[in-house]
Unconditional design. Structure first.
Length: 286
């Protein structure tokens, strides 16, 4: 069962809705944040706060997670499926112009897929401690074997009701308050959220052509590297700079996989979004 929505639900196809929040001027350039595995809209809150004055920023829950409706029976929530959902979401919100897409952790796979399938939708990518498809070379059992198994166990335990009592003691690493914190805690304990997280990870096809193409190399690209989870490289940024005119790579060894998203780091992420947008305006004006 989905969590009670804190914000709005929008129908992306008949009978299925996504939970989302949009803040910022109506005519401002559009930015979409895609959370990592097990994440929800609230993971991007600090980034949204830094951008909302001059960008129209959208946070959302992927299908079956948080307060969004589940996928239809038999649907595998692969990266390509999520890309199509992001396209449905932006269309439902009336977005026609290219957008900047920010992704954290496992969202790196979806950002690569989006850039390879629909580069015309995008004006730039920001990957935050993100997984690259090249990491799939080490995959077993559909994706990372140990991680997939962990999610299977977690989903089974949540189904038995074991996760909900423990969720109340989850650390507030994202430094969220009120409803945001409540929604994160709900996700830690909810069987439906665990199951959707498991399904999307196990639904990754390590050999899918749309993951391993190089369309992302043609776009402005900012990379934030903090932990071993990141598998983007300085060379990725250099190739993007050579092809698009903009590429940036920053290391944040003092941060962990969550702190890279909040407070001062959110300000730096917002700074790079603004740089990408300014660069694209210059290109268009030239």
């Amino acid at each position: 069962m989905a969590n009670k929505p804190a914000y709005s639900l929008i129908e992306v196809e008949p009978g299925r809705r996504l939970h989302y929040l949009v803040e910022g001027p109506d005519q401002a350039p559009f930015v979409l944040y895609d959370a990592g595995s097990f994440g929800i809209y609230a993971d991007g809150w600090w980034i949204k706060e830094e951008l909302k004055k001059d960008f129209r920023v959208c946070l959302y829950d992927r299908v079956g997670m948080g307060s969004s409706d589940p996928a239809s029976e038999g649907i595998v929530p692969s990266p390509q499926y999520h890309v199509e959902d992001m396209r449905l979401l932006r269309s439902a919100l009336g977005v026609d112009d290219p957008m900047i897409l920010i992704g954290h952790s496992m969202a790196g796979l979806r950002l690569h897929a989006y850039a390879n399938l629909y580069p015309e939708d995008l004006s730039g990518l920001v990957l935050v401690d993100a997984v690259s498809p090249r990491r799939l070379k080490d995959a077993t059992g559909g994706f990372f074997g140990p991680f997939g198994q962990m999610l299977k166990v977690g989903a089974y335990g949540a189904k038995l009701g074991l996760a909900e009592p423990l969720s109340r003691f989850a650390p507030n690493n994202f430094k969220l308050d009120g409803q945001l914190r409540e929604d994160k805690v709900w996700g830690y304990g909810a069987a439906s959220h665990h199951a959707a997280s498991r399904d999307e990870v196990l639904g990754v096809d390590a050999n899918a052509d749309y993951l391993h193409a190089t369309g992302y190399e043609q776009l402005p690209l900012a990379i934030f590297a903090a932990t071993m989870i990141n598998s983007m490289t300085e060379q990725d940024a250099a190739i993007a700079k050579n092809n698009s005119g903009y590429g940036w790579y920053g290391t944040f060894p003092q941060d962990d996989h969550v702190s890279i998203l909040i407070e001062d780091n959110a300000r730096i992420i917002a700074e790079k979004v603004r740089e990408i947008y300014a660069h694209q305006r210059q290109v268009k004006a030239a």
